[in-house]
Design a protein around this ligand. Structure first.
Ligand SMILES: [Zn+2]
Length: 147
């Protein structure tokens, strides 16, 4: 199928497919006149690409995962698994915190062990985890929770 039809079936703009082609992620065949021609298999790869993007993978990472010949493929997949599992842990922590905070009786975050534990478990930035400690926040943190 032509690029316009592939873009329609995926629900993305034509220039997005051209970009993914240029990046070497999903490279369509070419007609003798040089037009891009997508097969059903390539459309399927494009859907996998979008699914990978939706969980935060970059195009170079997706390229490595999609192409069996990529030498770094195993490492790239292992890195993604590690990242996704860390993300899941953070989501579970956030879920526990939110479930707790609905009924938290403390007027100050700093007076509640559960709230404090959650506050110090949040990573400062990507890839840099802070080990959870029971150390309370300074008294001037001043945030209130609950009614
Ligand atoms: Zn609390």
């Amino acid at each position: 199928m032509k690029i316009g039809e592939a873009a329609n079936r995926l629900g993305v703009a034509v220039h997005v497919l051209r970009h993914w082609d240029d990046m070497g992620v999903v490279v369509p065949d070419r007609t003798p006149s040089g037009q891009r021609e997508y097969s059903e298999e390539q459309l399927h790869r494009l859907r996998v690409l979008r699914a990978c993007q939706s969980v935060g993978m970059s195009l170079p990472e997706i390229r490595q995962v999609l192409h069996r010949a990529e030498p770094e493929r195993g490492d790239a997949i292992a890195r993604q698994l590690h990242r996704i599992r860390a993300q899941r842990t953070r989501l579970e922590d956030a879920e526990r915190f939110l479930v707790h905070v609905i009924n938290c009786e403390h007027t100050l975050l700093t007076r509640c062990d559960a709230c404090t534990r959650y506050a110090v478990s949040v990573p400062l930035r990507e890839g840099k985890h802070v080990t959870p400690r029971a150390t309370p926040l300074p008294p001037d943190a001043g945030e209130t929770f609950g009614p």
